[in-house]
Design a protein around this ligand. Structure first.
Ligand code: NAI
Length: 331
């Protein structure tokens, strides 16, 4: 039998946490043959709720769950973890300035970076979910210099999955038959959902999405706006932000990263830019990647048209501004 892997979920008493921890305990993130020990962190005000989640995990009698650490101590939470899913953060509240929210998150991600750097298992993989996800991940990277930059990522897989979902609904095909959409850039409404390389598996072979949809107007406007605004639409409908889809996509992100992407399929991950596709190096930017042996690689050589170029640059510009704002909070 495999040794258990330790998986940290921060903000575990929150909405996404509540959907995510049972998925991890059922093997959806790391595989049905991989035992896990869950580390759950939240803040003291949420300690009682966190303990309630722990009680429910015990009550669910998950066969793969070999231990539970539920704590408000960041060092205890980070000790020995192999995977860290950072869901905890400071939410934007009505009337708050962007800079104030950024400042709170910068200080959270700075201190959690130090704890991970000092106490996580070697080669720990980090996924930041909490918003502003790309910039929180960048701060985490800056303050955990001994964690390789390849090990720090942010979640845009939810946006990627939303794009697959929209194409599958539009064409009335199975979502598993659609692949290779791309989310470029920031996990915000400036992101660019790109279908130019996406294909659908049909009875007569693989076909480009553009050839099947035959409606460039929708693909260039309605589709993009729907994916960009989906988070807001969920809040409007549910009065809470997306949780089950965020949790499920976080599992997809880690599973593909650890266990690999299928041959010929790429997925979107927010990763540290090396300058690929003219994206400024030093930003955490969502790219198309393939994963193998626990490492992601940016898909190279995709042709980029002028329409895409503009949208990729605009979201990069927003990330550069966020980075400046985050750094101004450090002074
Ligand atoms: P929530 O408010 O229900 O839960 C957040 C939890 O984090 C709370 O229990 C809170 O006490 C905890 N927390 C706050 N500061 C903490 C700290 N310093 N250390 C540990 N825990 C801390 O929020 P929800 O709905 O679970 O969302 C979590 C985050 O994920 C938000 O920032 C949200 O914007 C983001 N999000 C990101 C998505 C993505 O695709 N990247 C999708 C959906 C949400």
């Amino acid at each position: 039998a495999k040794d258990p892997m330790r998986v940290l979920v921060t903000g575990a008493a929150g909405q996404i946490g509540y959907a995510l921890v049972p998925m991890i305990a059922r093997g959806i993130m790391l595989g049905a043959d991989q035992p896990v020990i869950l580390h759950m962190l939240d803040i003291p005000q949420a300690a009682e709720a966190l303990n309630g989640v722990k009680m429910e995990l015990v009550d669910a009698a998950f066969p793969l769950l070999k231990g539970i650490v539920a704590t408000t101590d960041v060092v205890e939470a980070c000790t020995g973890v192999n995977v860290a899913v950072m869901v905890g953060g400071f939410p934007r509240k009505e009337g708050m300035e962007r800079k104030d929210v950024m400042s709170k998150n910068v200080s959270i991600y700075k201190s959690q970076a130090s704890a991970l750097e000092a106490h996580a298992a070697p080669n720990c993989k980090v996924l930041v979910v909490a918003n502003p996800a790309n910039t929180n991940a960048l701060i985490l990277k800056e303050f955990a210099p001994s964690i390789p930059e390849k090990n720090i990522s942010c979640l845009t897989r939810l946006d990627h999955n939303r794009a697959l979902g929209q194409i599958s609904e539009r064409l009335n095909v199975q979502v598993t038959d659609v692949k290779n959409v791309i989310i470029w850039g920031n996990h915000s409404s400036s992101q660019y959902p790109d279908v130019n390389h996406a294909t659908v598996n049909t009875p007569s072979g693989e076909k480009p999405v553009r050839e099947l949809v035959k409606d460039d107007e929708w693909l260039n406007a309605g589709f993009i706006a729907t994916v960009q605004q989906r988070g807001a639409a969920i809040i409007k409908a549910r009065k809470f932000s997306s949780a089950l889809s965020a949790a499920s996509s976080a599992c997809d992100h880690i599973r593909d990263w650890v266990l690999g992407t299928p041959e010929g399929t790429y997925v979107s991950m927010g990763v540290y830019s090396d300058g690929s596709y003219g994206v400024p190096a030093g930003l955490i930017y969502s790219f198309p990647v393939t994963c193998s042996s626990g490492e992601w690689t940016i898909v190279q050589g995709l042709p980029i048209d002028e329409f895409s170029r503009k949208k990729m640059d605009a979201t990069a510009q927003e990330l550069s501004e966020e980075k400046l704002l985050a750094y101004s909070c450090l002074e």
